[in-house]
Design a protein around this ligand. Sequence first.
Ligand code: HEM
Length: 403
Amino acid sequence: MNQTILLHEISKLKSKQAQWEPFAWYKEMRENSPVFYDDEQDAWNVFLYDHVKRVLFDHQLFSNKKERSLIPVPRVDNRSNVNFCDPPEHRKRRAILAHAFTPRSLEEWKPRIQAIVDELISDIDSETTVDIVQKLAVSLPVTVIAELLGVPSKDREQIKYWSDILFYPYAKETYDDIAEQKERAMKEFYEYLYPIVLEKRKHPQDDILSDLTKAELEGERLTDEEVVRSGIGLLGAGNETTTMLISNMFYSMLFDQPGIYQELRTDLTSVPKLVEEVLRFRFPVAMDRKVAQDTTVFGHKMKKGQMVIAWVGAANRDESQFAHAEDFDIHRRNNQQHLTFGSGPHFCLGAPLARMEANIALTAFVKRFADIQPVEGFEVTGHLTDSATGQSLKSLPIRLEKA
Ligand code: HEM
């Protein structure tokens, strides 16, 4: 039977505040228990950079064919699901999606993403205080992915609603209730997308869903159901994570390094550096695999079938990889080596898209506004919401000063 494991139960990070700032706990684990066995969950937890990277990379020892997982989305196994499988099978499935994310496709999308950003920025242009999460960080990724897939962008609120439920974390006390909500959202999402896919098959257009109706796996076209499932996967995968990135960029500029905004104003080439450092510094994500065979690794005996949790957010602050890892420094040379997009065969397919969205959005914003400031009396605790990866910002009010 498939089972979803609750991240907060494993981490013992109980309060919202602790989940938003898990970095002291990460440090404690790196220093005192870098390879930690949780017998309640029968799960190994690893926190060091080299270990996390190995777990993600070494699919022969750490398999993605797993029954238990942290992934909160109801699982549907089919030939187009890139999760829950290993190479060589995974390579074939990934190839179907990969051609949508080539550098050439991205270049073609750039003007469309720029136009969406320009519209969102012009909507906040006359404001003096704005909730940057709702006005930019939430709206941008869902509008972009809806448009690229070829789904009407007027439906974006509905799509966001479904993907929020699918990625919503489980809680022990309300597990069954949440599971039912997820099943319902999955069914509604499916019924919404199905007729759109049938239409794309008849009249293909220049979008990813149309491409998927033409894609082949081992000489056979994907079925309508497989195209719909891939679409749901992509609509979900790119939303919450990219929203977190954009929200966190603003949080870091206000609170991790106040004043950095002026450096971006004078030198726009610093924008991508800031994006990368936010991905390293402020992204409390963890990923899981299953031990594929009895083995001794990282100085411990692990048994076939046990779960391994790779704490990416902890690896990203490992001093042996990043000097002064607890400092926010956009100029660090190796900040692209963070593991926030994963590593190895399952490395995030949407990473170039997420980076592009964040860079275009921040560049346009910096050009338009002379300065940003926190609102008076801002306390982060009241602005946090549960998310699959940990706590995220549900709102972040900021004061804007026009250029
Ligand atoms: C896989 C993170 C944005 C599509 C992954 C993985 C991570 C990740 C860590 C690897 C999971 C694993 O190894 O188990 C992120 C972050 C994002 C982001 C932090 C934004 C800041 C996107 C976007 C899309 C996307 C915008 C596309 C619309 C995918 C897909 C996979 C994936 C399809 C599965 C790849 C595979 O299994 O081969 N992502 N992602 N992601 N991501 Fe992203």
